[in-house]
Design a protein around this ligand. Structure first.
Ligand SMILES: N[C@@H](CCC(=O)N[C@@H](CS)C(=O)NCC(=O)O)C(=O)O
Length: 284
């Protein structure tokens, strides 16, 4: 551990971090459908200070003290110690987990950004990753490119053949979803719903007949890291808030999402469906 202002505690096995109890809520239907475990957040999550210690798991904890190298700064969720909903952080973490990289996660309250975080990344965005060498990466694409330079170097995620072609179609989906979800003008609802449906239809027909199970075959690509967290949001937030299963008729998308969600990279980097719902609650 670097950084004199940080204190790392290795908790004995009989201690428990009280807020881990918050991880044990029941997964909602969509998560169960995709085999997502609500306990996955216990993996490699570094707890910030202010937690109550009550007995249990042998976890390492970073007591309030930001900064240091090999730390990924991510959005804090609905409680202390809960990873927040951010598809860009999820994208970066999927790539890091796909490469089996070890690092710490530090959760940042984006509603009340600490001064030290703004000094670290004046844009105030997550993911922010400080590499082991102290290089500060503030864009998820840069983090994926950095992952490509790590061992095993022959496993590349960025700019694989076919990636641009997939992304040309896939990139249209999330903005259409966001526009539909954030819309306050009731008279535009049908139009925006139809627009999202058209983008999903285009993606579904693009995926039809392709060799899977992932977008570019067996190995995770940068496009999987981008698209899976986005489809994950759509699969949860639309049925929850709009009572409409946007993916229902799109078997190729569902098949793809199911495969992507079964990867270790996804499971080790995902936040729970409840956190997705919490994240979108400010628009409803
Ligand atoms: N282009 C950035 C986008 C990152 C981004 O927009 N992250 C959101 C959270 S999902 C954020 O930090 N927003 C700032 C805020 O909420 O104040 C990337 O790909 O890393």
């Amino acid at each position: 551990m670097q950084g004199s202002r940080r204190l790392l505690l290795v908790l004995p096995l009989f201690l428990q971090i009280g807020s881990l109890e918050a991880f044990s809520f029941a997964p909602v239907n969509s998560a169960m459908r995709f085999g997502l475990s609500s306990s996955m957040h216990q993996i490699s999550l570094i707890q910030r200070a202010r937690l109550t210690l009550r007995g249990g798991h042998g976890l390492r904890m970073m007591v309030d003290g930001p900064r240091g190298n090999n730390v990924l700064y991510a959005k804090r969720g609905q409680h202390d110690g809960i990873l927040g909903d951010c598809p860009y952080t999820h994208k970066a973490q999927m790539a890091m987990k796909a490469k089996d990289l070890q690092y710490e996660v530090c959760l940042v309250n984006l509603s009340d950004k600490p001064k030290w975080f703004l000094e670290l990344n004046p844009k105030g965005t997550v993911p922010t990753y400080v590499t082991a060498e102290g290089k500060i990466l503030t864009e998820s694409d840069d983090i994926i490119q950095w992952c490509d330079l790590q061992e095993p170097k022959d496993f590349k995620m960025f700019q694989r053949p076919g990636g641009d072609e997939v992304w040309n179609v896939a990139k249209e989906v999330f903005p259409a979803f966001g526009e539909y979800m954030k819309n306050k003008d009731v008279s535009r609802n049908d139009e925006l719903k139809a627009k999202l449906d058209a983008k999903l239809a285009a993606l579904d027909s693009f995926l039809k007949g392709r060799n899977g199970p992932l977008l570019l075959g067996e190995q995770i690509s940068a496009e999987d890291c981008k698209l899976t967290p986005q489809l994950y949001h759509i699969s949860i937030a639309v049925p929850h808030y709009v009572k409409y299963d946007a993916l229902e008729k799109y078997d190729n998308i569902k098949k793809y999402l199911n495969s992507a969600m079964q990867t270790d990279a996804f499971k080790k980097s995902a936040y729970t469906p409840e956190t997705v719902i919490w994240g979108w609650s400010k628009f409803f």
